[in-house]
Design a protein around this ligand. Structure first.
Ligand SMILES: Nc1ncnc2c1ncn2[C@@H]1O[C@H](COP(=O)(O)OP(=O)(O)OP(=O)(O)O)[C@@H](O)[C@H]1O
Ligand SMILES: Cc1ncc(COP(=O)(O)O)c(N)n1
Length: 270
């Protein structure tokens, strides 16, 4: 039988389909990993912002995690929105029972600017979950929260990535420069080497879900056995094309196009 690569996302929902669990599963599917999902919170949101949030009881989170891991292989996993201390505790303990790469997208605010986590929980995330990661993927505002200072240049991104690995004890850090002006540059530090990922900046405001999509793509490639620098390189290409071919949908920042790569291939034939 053909090898099946299984990727799990632990995250909140986006009923408008561009971010959260929905973005993660679409990305896993596009990249040919078998996608699985465990819900943390049900979020009433769309491209314009967050309307309401319902956190699932942590006992139910635990039950979902156990249901997946007692039955299915997990070759890589990611967490997105994990917005309460009890949920972080459950995930932290459950992580002791699995053995695969763990990518954390430290979701703190939605792209619309709406907060998805309070300050005390941000500290808890650092203490209890970051030391268990293989990779953390903060955007610039999240990086500033994690390192406690301004991060506005490429040099500062490098320094911040080092702090996240050496002081917060992440396995590796990918500081994303999507919020800077100029080219879209991301900086990976794996504890030994720096890797820079650079793409043109696409003139589009349809960036709802880019962070989720990027970390899900990294997770998919890791589930297939790629090295971390390779997985980030491939995922960067995937998210860049997803932004280039994004959809003008909704009244706010539209969603990215998770089947952009497929569309490029199809266009070559049509
Ligand atoms: N306009 C753009 N053109 C090209 N690449 C972009 C653009 N905006 C963001 N990116 C890239 O998309 C990826 C996600 O980065 P970003 O910093 O936007 O993450 P995020 O803030 O978590 O996502 P979001 O903006 O959805 O909240 C990074 O590789 C970043 O460089
Ligand atoms: C449930 C959920 N998780 C994460 C995000 C952040 O999305 P983005 O990738 O736009 O930062 C979101 N809006 N909703």
């Amino acid at each position: 039988m053909k090898d099946v690569h299984c990727a799990l996302t632990i995250a909140g929902t986006d009923p408008s389909g561009g971010a959260g669990i929905q973005a993660d599963l679409k990305t896993f599917q596009e990249l040919k990993s078998y996608g699985m999902s465990v819900l943390t919170s049900i979020v009433s949101q769309n491209t314009t912002g967050v309307k309401d949030v319902h956190h699932l009881p942590e006992t139910f989170l635990k039950s979902q995690l156990e249901a997946v891991s007692e039955d299915m292989p997990i070759h890589a996993l990611k967490t997105g929105m994990v917005a309460s201390k009890p949920m972080m505790n459950v995930i932290s303990q459950w992580l002791e029972t699995v053995d695969c790469p763990y990518v954390m997208d430290p979701v703190m605010v939605a792209q619309s600017g709406d907060p998805l986590m309070n300050k005390e929980d941000q500290r808890y995330l650092q203490e209890y979950l970051i030391p268990k990661t293989s990779l953390v993927t903060p955007n610039l505002p999240e990086t500033e929260v994690l390192v406690g200072g301004k991060v506005e240049t490429k040099e500062e991104m490098k320094e911040a990535a080092k702090v996240i690995v050496e002081e917060l004890r992440a396995g590796a850090a990918l500081v994303k420069g999507g919020h800077l002006n100029g080219r879209a540059v991301d900086m990976l530090y794996d504890g030994k080497n720096y890797y820079e990922y650079d793409s043109e900046r696409i003139d589009s405001s349809n960036t709802h879900g880019t962070g989720c999509t990027y970390s899900a793509a990294i997770t998919a490639y890791l589930s297939q056995g790629h090295s971390l620098p390779e997985a980030v390189e491939e995922a960067k290409y995937f998210v860049t094309e997803a932004i280039r071919h994004s959809f003008d949908l909704g009244k706010g920042n539209g969603p990215t196009n998770h089947f952009a790569l497929r569309e490029e291939v199809l266009n070559r034939w049509l």
